[in-house]
Design a binder for this molecule. Structure first.
Ligand code: DX5
Ligand code: ZN
Length: 219
């Protein structure tokens, strides 16, 4: 299996995205955390900034929406031409319809689950998704330790995806570093978000390569 590494620019210098993006040129995807201070108790940036990032980035953007009113907003991000738009299951009553709408706009559709959300409740949505994001911390902030019990959900999701032979990618986000990435890969993740672990490194591309190698050793 090849592991995808998605550095999260939540840990980047927000006043210098252009130069920050150049330091992570070996990313598989660039993870972009949109927070609205309502769905999560933190605020990042919105559509105008993501539009500019889409113009600047040489790597595909993986947009993670931690916002309310996602039925209205998700499609606006998809229309920017970003690679994928992931919304939270807890923020919509119509996850399948929203995923279909995102796909129709040309982006891949992802569904994210907070640590306390049950996978079983959303198992029926998997066939409509390009990506399932299992949050391995409570969404809102970078630099938190991975919650070990969330890896059981990753393992259960891997089972469902394989049993039904789905193409759905399985992403983890939160507390992924050189110590935890192997555990997440072992549980069945194939796509890994890493904020602090990448941005705290002196050579960020080297760290991306290290993380990818550690994940790939497990599979
Ligand atoms: C948290 C965000 C993450 C965050 C991860 O709510 O969704 O993408 O940037 O940061 P680390 O890797 O530092 O835990
Ligand atoms: Zn994220």
């Amino acid at each position: 299996m090849s592991a995808r590494i998605c550095p999260s620019i939540l840990s980047a210098d927000f006043a210098n995205f252009d130069s920050e993006l150049k330091t992570i040129s070996e990313s598989d995807l660039i993870h972009v955390d949109v927070m609205d201070n309502h769905f999560v108790p933190n605020l990042t940036f919105g559509l105008a900034t993501v539009k500019r990032l889409q113009e600047l980035s040489t790597r595909p953007l993986d947009v993670h929406l931690m916002i309310e009113n996602v039925d209205k907003w998700a499609i606006e991000y998809a229309k920017l031409g970003v690679f994928s738009v992931t919304f939270h299951a807890e923020a919509t009553a119509e996850p399948i319809a929203l995923a279909q709408e995102i796909r129709r706009s040309g982006s891949r559709a992802g569904l994210a689950l907070k640590p306390k959300s049950e996978l079983a409740e959303y198992a029926h949505t998997l066939q409509h998704l390009d990506q399932l994001l299992v949050m391995t911390v409570e969404p809102g902030f970078g630099g938190q330790p991975l919650i070990p019990s969330t890896l059981d959900k990753v393992a259960a999701a891997r089972k469902l995806i394989d049993q039904s032979k789905l193409e759905c990618w399985l992403q983890v986000d939160g507390g992924i570093d050189s110590n935890t990435i192997a555990l997440a890969a072992e549980a069945g993740a194939d796509t890994f978000v890493a904020g602090k672990a990448v941005f705290d490194s002196v050579d960020r591309n080297q760290r991306i390569r290290e993380l990818r190698a550690l994940a790939e050793q497990q599979t």
